[in-house]
Design a protein around this ligand. Structure first.
Ligand SMILES: Cc1cc2nc3c(=O)[nH]c(=O)nc-3n(C[C@H](O)[C@H](O)[C@H](O)COP(=O)(O)O)c2cc1C
Length: 122
């Protein structure tokens, strides 16, 4: 874990010049009524996850490197990030995306598992 932290974080994302933190404003909802709160939350995360993916794909197209950082959601860290961004408690942090120039050209990795192993076609 220590070795991973050194190589991934200290030599990697800590050097990124830009961090984009993506939040949900929990007050914005489509369906009225507290019975929909959970569904609204899930939908918001779904929407933001798609936006994050678009952002990451565009960054790659521009020759930039990104990585999705979810550990910032741990209690304590998320509050710090929210305060840094100057946002109120109704904002929920979904993720932080460091963006920078990759040290070397990234090649697609081989599949860890074949599509058929993780997908069930009906
Ligand atoms: C929702 C989500 C949260 C993640 N959070 C972290 C994180 O906090 N730290 C980290 O090192 N990788 C995190 N990752 C993994 C990296 O973003 C990336 O997927 C991983 O390095 C594997 O890359 P690869 O799929 O190209 O092999 C997260 C991925 C996802 C989808």
């Amino acid at each position: 874990m220590k070795k991973l932290q050194e190589s991934m974080y200290k030599e990697g994302m800590y050097k990124a010049p830009v961090y984009i933190a993506i939040f949900i404003d929990k007050r914005v909802c489509f369906l009225e009524g507290s019975e929909f709160d959970y569904l609204e939350f899930i939908w918001s995360v779904d929407s933001v996850a798609m936006a994050i993916q678009n952002l990451m794909l565009k960054a790659v197209e521009l020759g930039l490197g990104t990585v999705y950082i979810g550990v910032t959601n741990f209690r304590g860290i998320a509050e710090e990030v929210r305060k840094l961004a100057g946002l109120y408690e109704n904002y929920y942090l979904v993720g932080v995306i460091p963006i920078g120039y990759p040290r070397r050209e990234q090649k697609p990795r081989g599949r860890r598992r074949m599509l058929g192993e993780i997908t069930r076609f009906i």
